[in-house]
Design a protein around this ligand. Sequence first.
Ligand SMILES: [Zn+2]
Length: 132
Amino acid sequence: MTDCHDPIIKRELFEKVQIELARRQVLINPRYCFSSKIKCRICGKNFSRRSHKKNSHKATLWQCTSRKKSKLGCEKIELDEVELKKICAEILALPIFDETTFAEEIKSIQVLDDAHLAFEFYGRDKKLWSIR
Ligand SMILES: [Zn+2]
């Protein structure tokens, strides 16, 4: 009888299990470039992503997690993801939005109200941005 506790087989199996677990985690709780980056000034919670469909027009919006979960306690501020990417590209002086550059340079985006954002960078001063 051969040894069924072959360490190589065990390690391969372990790695396969780890990959599968990571894959499932992404399905349950997908990560987006703006996840944990956009902060609500009022309650301090992060903004979370929401897909919105209205008259066959699809939009992806970011809004305060407290608002999403309880429907009260926080202001209704919705940021359109496409708009948000345009602003970030402009702030970072990029021709188009780039997730890697965003992740490396922008520490957080604080939502002051529905028209003003405060960008916090790694190693540079804050920058205020008016949407309108
Ligand atoms: Zn909030």
